[in-house]
Ligand binder design. Structure first.
Ligand SMILES: C[S@@+](CC[C@H](N)C(=O)[O-])C[C@H]1O[C@@H](n2cnc3c(N)ncnc32)[C@H](O)[C@@H]1O
Length: 225
C-alpha cells in the first residue's frame, strides 16, 4: 500500500482527536495558567455552571434510580432526570415542605421526578434501590453527629454497585461562605467510617467547589462467582 501525504495527515488528525478526547476525559492537574487556576466565582451557585461536565462524569444510564438529597428548587433533579430518561426515576428529597410543594408544582406532568419530604437523618429510600445519591451543597446541612450514620444508611439504600456524589464548598479555598462547606479530609474520613471509598475527587474549575464520588467499600470485595 502506498503511504502518501493523505494517510500521514489522517494519522496526525486522528492522533490529535484522540489526544483531545483523552484530555477531555481526564484533564491534567498541571497548572498552566496560575491566574486562571486562581480565578474563582464565590457566587452561591457557580458549580451549576459545570453541570454538564459533572453529569458526564457521573455516567448515568437510562433507567437509573437517583435520589437528589437537599433538592431545594429541583434544579439538579431536572438535569438528573434528563440523564436517566423516562424509564428512570429521580427522587427529589427535601426537608422543607414549602420547597417540596414548589417542586411538586414545577414537576407536574414529569412522572420521572418525585419530590418528597425526607427525614433529616437518612434519605428515606427503600433498601437496595439507588444507583446514585446526589448531594449538592447539602452535606454541611446534615446533622453533625449523624453523618457517619447517614453514610451507613446510604450503603443500605443504594444498590451494591451504587454511588454517592457530593458537591461542596471547599473551605480552604473559599473566597466567601467557607462555613457553608466541608473540609475534604473530613468528608472522606466520615464516608470511610460509614462504609464508602472515594473513587474520584475533582476541583470544579472557576468555582470554589469540589466534587467527590464514592463507591461502597463492599464493592471492592464483590466476587463474580
Ligand atoms: C444550599 S441548598 C442546595 C440546593 C441544591 N441541591 C443545589 O445544589 O443547588 C441546601 C438544601 O438542603 C436542604 N436540607 C437541609 N438539611 C437537609 C437534610 N438533612 N436532608 C435533606 N435536605 C436537607 C435545605 O432545605 C436546602 O434546600
Amino acid at each position: 500500500m502506498k503511504f502518501g501525504i493523505h494517510n500521514a495527515v489522517m494519522i496526525v488528525f486522528v492522533g490529535a482527536l484522540m489526544e483531545a478526547a483523552v484530555a477531555a476525559e481526564c484533564p491534567s492537574s498541571r497548572i498552566l495558567d496560575a491566574a486562571a487556576f486562581a480565578s474563582r466565582d464565590g457566587g452561591g451557585y457557580s458549580y451549576r455552571n459545570q453541570a454538564e461536565w459533572i453529569l458526564d462524569r457521573l455516567d448515568l444510564r437510562p433507567g437509573d434510580t437517583v435520589v437528589d438529597i437537599g433538592a431545594g428548587d429541583g434544579w439538579w433533579s431536572d438535569k438528573l432526570a434528563q440523564r436517566v430518561g423516562p424509564s428512570g426515576r429521580v427522587f427529589a428529597a427535601e426537608v422543607r415542605s414549602d420547597l417540596v410543594n414548589g417542586m411538586k408544582q414545577r414537576f407536574q406532568g414529569r412522572p420521572e421526578i418525585e419530590p418528597y419530604q425526607c427525614p433529616t437523618d437518612h434519605p428515606g429510600r427503600p433498601k437496595g434501590s439507588l444507583d446514585l445519591a446526589f448531594i449538592s451543597q447539602t452535606y454541611h446541612h446534615l446533622p453533625v453527629d449523624g453523618r457517619v450514620a447517614y453514610w451507613r444508611a446510604l450503603v443500605e439504600q443504594c444498590k451494591p454497585t451504587g454511588r454517592v456524589c457530593v458537591i461542596e464548598t471547599y473551605p480552604e479555598i473559599a473566597v466567601r461562605g467557607s462555613d457553608h462547606g466541608t473540609q475534604l479530609s473530613k468528608l472522606i474520613a466520615e464516608a470511610e467510617q460509614g462504609g464508602w471509598i472515594a473513587v474520584e475527587v475533582w476541583f470544579l474549575p472557576g468555582t470554589q467547589h469540589y466534587m467527590a464520588v464514592f463507591a461502597p467499600k463492599a464493592a471492592f470485595f464483590l466476587r463474580a462467582d
